[in-house]
Design a protein around this ligand. Structure first.
Ligand code: NDP
Length: 477
């Protein structure tokens, strides 16, 4: 069986305890690889390696850092097929989506290679003195990531961290560490000094906690559940550690009476169900104007019927299995709760039938109508393939409902009127608004949450700033 070890100080190493775990394919439960499982002591060794590499990497000129990051992007592209196959095998997503994820991770390295060169300072003069303002790397960064996009979400951190001059220790998700580890290995192989890039496997409560609490790490960049984000924020507080938190979402999708319904239905089906709804900016709540509700719902069901579900390694599959039985059980529970409270099941709501699905965590994409805010699907993050529909009369009401949540990551509005789009966009409480578009991710623009969806921003130049400290040098006359 394939072995996956950790990466510490430029070397592939087993954990100090020698413990290993088997990673299984969520499509059929077959073993994929054996992974080395570390603990607090392994995390400490990785942090020490990153600390030793920091002076070397942070003093490497940004032009040279950019060359290495471009080389890393090329190496990730060269190894993309292998990394993508591992990603599908451990996470379940269709291979075409896994390829896109890995290639997009390479693009993030290219983007930050260039953005790092633009880390300019300032020169300020006054009558008494001159001031120089420098933007310097914050130090060793701990990068902690979830299983739904284990490569991309890590690349959003690795790129800016290295471009800023930081060294890092990554902690991939325990149940899907393979592709992320191979991604960092490719980055390391591109010519980084030993110890600049490290990966430690192991439980969040041990390895993750050590990365948060150990004073060697000066910055925590975390993507994951809001509950874990709260824990990290509380435990980083003792050292006033820099933190970036990308947390859960409960994204609304508003369909106005003047929307292009064909386009809106296609966009909604894709964003509600791709990656089996296991995306932080998935469509979680659909608000449709009364006058177009019937037509929109029909189109949404038609679009959904066309989605092909199966083992992600098969060609032409649109949806793979869910990541785990726990995720599937939560989805079942949320659907049952909605039905018990009066929702109507229009599509899905159960596992697909047939021998091909018997051993995997499959679940049909699910559409519910008659949803309201008493239901869990409308209040909690389902993180599953469920699109609950609720009707509204006036846009003000839709915006109010959309904001009636503790989350604020993304929101979507479909309309053909600019005034309506601006009215809603300016009032929706979310870090990103998609107007007539179902993705709010753009490498050059900031991504992050309002309210309990997070703190700080990734992507764009904002993503680089998260790894920099400001220093003022005052020169006397
Ligand atoms: P978790 O919060 O459970 O885990 C995320 C990572 O944190 C894992 O590597 C986990 O390790 C680690 N971890 C767990 N406990 C601790 C701890 N005490 N200290 C440090 N690290 C810890 O999230 P999931 O993996 O379940 O991911 C799903 C969640 O991620 C959803 O809520 C989703 O909305 C959110 N997400 C947010 C995004 C955003 O950009 N806002 C994007 C994508 C997902 P281990 O695997 O060992 O438990």
């Amino acid at each position: 069986m394939r072995q996956s070890q950790m990466l510490i100080n430029g070397e592939q190493v087993a954990s100090l305890s020698g413990k290993v775990e088997v990673i299984k394919n969520p499509a059929n439960q077959e073993p994929v690889a054996e992974v080395s499982v570390g603990g607090r002591e392994d995390a400490r060794l990785a942090l020490q390696a990153a600390e030793q590499a920091f002076p070397v990497w942070s003093e490497t000129p940004s032009q040279k850092r950019a060359k290495i990051l471009h080389a890393a992007a090329d190496l990730v592209r060269t190894r993309a097929e292998e990394i993508a196959r591992l990603l599908t095998l451990e996470q379940g997503k269709p291979l075409k989506n896994a390829r896109m994820e890995v290639l997009s991770a390479a693009d993030a390295l290219d983007y930050y290679a260039e953005e790092g060169k633009r880390n300019f300072g300032e020169w300020i003069t006054s009558s008494q003195s001159r001031s120089i303002v420098l933007r310097q790397p914050v130090g060793v960064a701990a990068l902690i990531t979830p299983w739904n996009f284990p490569v991309d979400l890590l690349a959003w951190k690795v790129g800016p961290a290295l471009a800023a001059g930081c060294t890092f220790v990554a902690k991939p998700p325990s149940a899907a560490p393979l592709a992320a580890t191979e991604f960092v290995r490719a980055v390391n192989d591109a010519g980084l000094p030993p110890g600049a890039a490290n990966v430690v496997h192991g439980p969040g409560g041990e390895v993750g906690a050590e990365l948060v609490e150990n004073p060697i790490s000066r910055k925590i960049a975390f993507t994951g559940e809001t509950k874990t984000g709260r824990w990290i924020m509380a435990h980083a507080a003792g050292q006033i550690k820099r933190i970036s938190l990308e947390l859960g979402g409960q994204s609304p999708f508003i369909v106005c009476p003047d929307a292009d319904l064909e386009k809106a239905a296609a966009a909604c089906a894709q964003r509600a169900f791709s990656n089996m709804g296991q995306i932080c900016m998935s469509v979680n709540r659909v608000y449709v104007a009364d006058e177009v509700a019937e037509e929109f719902t029909e189109k949404l069901v038609q679009r959904t019927e066309q989605l092909r579900i199966g083992n992600g390694m098969e060609p032409d599959v649109d949806l793979g299995p869910m990541f785990s039985e726990a995720m599937r059980e939560k989805t079942r529970e949320h659907v049952a709760d909605a039905l018990a409270r009066g929702a109507e099941l229009l599509y899905g709501g159960r596992e697909p039938e047939g021998a091909a699905f018997a051993r995997g965590f499959f679940f049909l994409p699910t559409i519910l109508s008659g949803a309201d805010h008493s239901m869990k699907v409308m209040r909690e993050e389902t993180f599953g393939p469920v699109a609950p529909i609720m009707q509204f009369k006036k846009l003000e009401e839709a915006v109010f409902l959309a904001n009636d949540t503790e989350y604020g990551l993304a929101a979507y509005v479909f309309t053909s009127d600019l005034k309506t789009a601006l009215y809603a966009s300016e009032r929706l409480e979310a870090g990103s608004i998609g107007v007539n578009v179902n993705s709010v991710v753009d490498m050059q623009a900031p991504f992050g949450g309002w309210k309990q969806s997070g703190l700080g921003r990734e992507l764009g130049h904002h993503g680089l700033e998260a790894y920099l400290e400001t220093k003022h040098i005052r020169l006397g006359n």
